[in-house]
Design a protein around this ligand. Sequence first.
Ligand code: NAD
Ligand code: MG
Length: 411
Amino acid sequence: MASTPPPPFSPSAPAPLGRPDDASSRGPSQALGVAVLGSTGSIGKSTLEVIAASGGLFHPHLLAAHTSVGPLLEQARIHRPAWVVVTDPAAAATIGATALPAGARLAVGPEALDDLVRAPEVDRVVSAIVGAAGLRSTLAALDAGKTVALANKETLVMAGALVMRLAAERGAVLLPVDSEHSAIHQALRSGTADEVVRVILTASGGPFRTRESLEGVTLEEALRHPTWSMGPKITIDSATMMNKALELIEARWLFDLPAEKLAVVVHPQSVVHSMVEFVDGSVIAQLSPPDMKLPIQYALSHPRRLDGPARRLDFRLGLRLDFEPPDPVRFPAVRLGHEAAARGGTAGAVLNAANEEAVGAFLAGKMRFTGIADVCARVLDGHAYQADPSLDDIRRLDAWARQEVVTWVSS
Ligand code: NAD
Ligand code: MG
């Protein structure tokens, strides 16, 4: 483990919520400006609920979505951001001259979003675009030294080494929104980096943990998650357990942990969000009902904690917590995650791109459920591995991996 812990580890002294030290001339009583990237998605909507319940501590400075213009404009009418960004120009072209609420301005395209997240009015960026498309705006925010609440795990899966290096160079802070990583971030505050022996990520196991056979799983069945309500891509990733593979890689970079210190345990109730085991044998866990509003709020208010809208545990109702090891035969994706976390370099980007393309094919009815992990394993095995890739190398291999899946599907 590195001698200097990365930013998410550093024990930050509790400071009053308000302006960051280097901020502009506005007074401490003013709201923290939040840029919500992917505001119409599952995480985006929960973020707006957290902001609305904050009693004015946070203000959405910017809302961004890709094609869902109607819901985005409705959000703008309710939450009154200064900027509304539509990254898809064709979708933006459908917006009428009078559709924007007073006080809001429209910007179009991913380049405009990259510029706007750098604005001085933006204190925290919630990176909640789905998939590889979320990388560029997250990089722009880190480059500008922003504090990023990271839901888009793909950013770290694809380019973890580059992203963490950039954050360190610019003094930017990455705070996890992913519930497992939020739990780990909280548990790590119980000890020092060299006292950590293992980080245990919990997994719900998805809807097919106990199902006889995974052959013939339908789209409708795969989209029915037992404990979490999420966007379609991550819901399929949970059913294949590829989500846990991506999260292993995410944890490897975010907490600067070697792959052999990372483990996965299936926990069907989704109440223990992850655990850290320390040298003395203590295991520190974070518990709460499965509700993303809590990790989102923690990433917005860190290092403080706030009362908020997330659901609470009620121990009077009784609580059962089960744990079991993941079945490596049913869920080969977990092994792929361990492998990619251990290899580093281009492995994460290739696995992520192959999976994104394969999930797209499954959602379009062009691939079997069990084909997703199969094709990912083949593409990961067959790629021209590089240990220290540039962003261009990553983009090239991302495109290559997608093409491999397209070829596989069409054969
Ligand atoms: P979602 O599909 O519900 O929403 C995706 C959002 O991204 C939408 O606002 C959409 O407009 C926007 N978007 C899609 N394609 C885009 C593009 N090309 N350019 C710009 N914007 C684009 O997704 P979600 O479930 O909210 O997940 C968002 C991210 O958070 C993912 O990376 C996911 O892995 C991660 N995450 C989600 C959850 C969850 O509970 N939903 C939990 C942990 C992590
Ligand atoms: Mg998660």
